[in-house]
Design a binder for this molecule. Structure first.
Ligand SMILES: [Zn+2]
Length: 485
């Protein structure tokens, strides 16, 4: 069987108030069913039995048989995902149990994989501890989502020319017949590849009822081009994305955002003068929504453009950060959130969609590290836009250097994702020392050798000071030899 990925899409509701109210009225019964089913399934789990089907004919009559099937499946899905998270969370505490032989520890790992947590005297206290601290069982008491699968919903495509896209035929509570909900089109959904499943996720909020459908499609094969390309990508503000092969993408975004920022601040000030809280203003919220959507679209557009290159096999990235000191705090928060959201959503599905793999690296010091020699120094950045290495003299655009430094970080071993910054620096320094036999810690304490720029830039342009790459190390290092070993 080919592995599949599924994606959900919101379809706009075309249901009238009567139908919407009928859905709202179903929620408390559904929730009661979820809690009931969870009690049964949790007991099974503790007894070491498999989660399986519950004989729905034996369940109370406040839900129909069909609804009970969906409810049990929803509970099972939530519990299985909880089990998976618990299995991986248990690894560390098992590794930390003192005084075990290798064989004993292996046996515990195996029991953990089989979820035998309650039957095992060594595992039980660990699992209880994790349930108290970080991984409680799913709580359905406040659940607002009904996952209706094929046992209680049928999705039918509407006839062409209809204002609707889909009719959802939902089985109702005993004695109530079926409910027919018309749903509108979602451009992304109707053009998405793959099959629409007979599945409807219905979320009831205070304001409205949200309907999501799911499409399944085959997972893309991992790309293995003849000449595989690994691309470092640095997210920033002057150009939204810079790549290790020297491209700068989304260069117009910043100008657009600066203009919107001024409008946003002006609107906020005007609202405050009228005594209106900006978050209470529909106009303000809509304006923010527009900015968010723009950022999301740009991020998506850039990534689509990168993966169009058939040779691209891997993207190396660090945490995305769009902040700019020239934008207001509010704007920075807005675009960082929108950008991060779009970026992580895109990344999560990139491999499944395109076969391009994604590697995340530690972000520390990538903006100060020279992509040529690996030297880290804050003086490598004479300005926001320019990179000039104080050791090897390399001069290039700071964002492009950042993208290259990110790409190189991938092959620097020993840097874990949660490592503190000073340890990351120690690793980079060690690599530098090994390579150049020069201690970067001492270099950083030395004053910069007075450069020609400092001496004479104001007086007379000296030959070689017009952006030409300087060849010699400018920190006053006498000799350095490349490690050829
Ligand atoms: Zn350098």
């Amino acid at each position: 069987m080919t592995p599949e990925v599924s994606r959900s899409y919101v379809l706009p509701s075309h249901a009238n108030t009567r139908k919407t109210d009928a859905i709202r009225e179903l929620l408390p019964h559904w929730r009661r069913g979820l809690i009931h089913a969870q009690v049964i399934q949790s007991r099974r789990m503790r007894e070491g039995r498999r989660l399986g089907y519950i004989k729905t004919s034996a369940m109370p009559g406040y839900l129909s048989q069909r609804q009970w099937k969906s409810v049990v499946n929803q509970v099972n899905a939530a519990l299985r995902s909880w089990q998976a998270r618990m299995t991986s969370a248990m690894k560390a505490p098992i590794a930390a149990i003192p005084d075990l032989t290798d064989a004993q520890r292996r046996a515990l790992y195996k029991a953990n994989l089989r979820h035998e947590w309650w039957a095992n005297a060594a595992l039980e206290p660990l699992v209880i501890d994790l349930m108290r601290s970080s991984l409680p069982l799913p709580n359905f008491a406040s659940c607002r989502t009904m996952a209706m699968d094929a046992s209680c919903v049928t999705l039918e495509a509407a006839e062409s020319g209809s204002p609707h896209a889909v009719w959802a035929r939902i089985s109702r509570r005993p004695g109530e017949g079926t409910l027919l909900i018309p749903l509108g089109r979602n451009r992304h959904e109707s053009t998405a590849p793959g099959e629409r499943r007979n599945f409807l996720q219905v979320t009831v909020s205070d304001r409205d009822v949200i309907y999501r459908v799911v499409r399944n499609r085959a997972k893309a094969k991992i790309r293995r081009p003849k000449d595989p390309k690994v691309l470092g990508v640095d997210w920033g503000m002057c150009s939204m994305a810079s790549t290790s092969d020297g491209r700068r993408l989304g260069t117009a975004v910043y100008t657009w955002l600066v203009a919107r920022d001024q409008q946003l601040m002006a609107l906020e000030a005007a609202l405050r003068r009228q005594g209106v809280r900006p978050t209470d203003s529909r106009r303000y919220r809509r304006f923010q929504g527009r900015i968010r959507e723009y950022v999301r679209n740009e991020v998506g557009r850039i990534i689509n453009r990168l993966v169009r290159d058939p040779q691209l096999a891997e993207i190396v990235v660090e945490d995305l950060d769009f902040r700019s000191p020239k934008l207001s705090k509010r704007m920075n928060r807005l675009i960082t959130r929108a950008g991060r959201g779009a970026w992580s959503a895109k990344l999560a599905s990139l491999e499944a969609d395109t076969g391009v793999s994604v590697t995340a690296v530690h972000a520390a010091y990538t903006s100060r590290a020279c992509s040529g020699c690996g030297y880290v120094d804050k003086r490598n950045r004479p300005s926001q836009a320019k990179f000039r290495c104080a050791f090897c003299g390399r001069v290039l655009n700071a964002d492009i250097n950042g993208a290259r430094a990110i790409r190189q970080r991938r092959s620097l071993s020993g840097i874990g994702p949660a490592m503190p910054r000073h340890q990351v620096l120690a690793q980079i320094d060690e690599e530098f020392l090994r390579r150049w036999r020069t201690d970067p810690r001492q270099l950083r304490e030395r004053p910069l050798r007075p450069s020609r720029r400092a001496n004479g830039a104001r007086l007379a342009p000296v030959n070689g000071d017009s952006g030409v790459i300087a060849e010699e190390p400018s920190l006053g290092v006498e000799t350095f030899s490349r490690d050829t070993g």
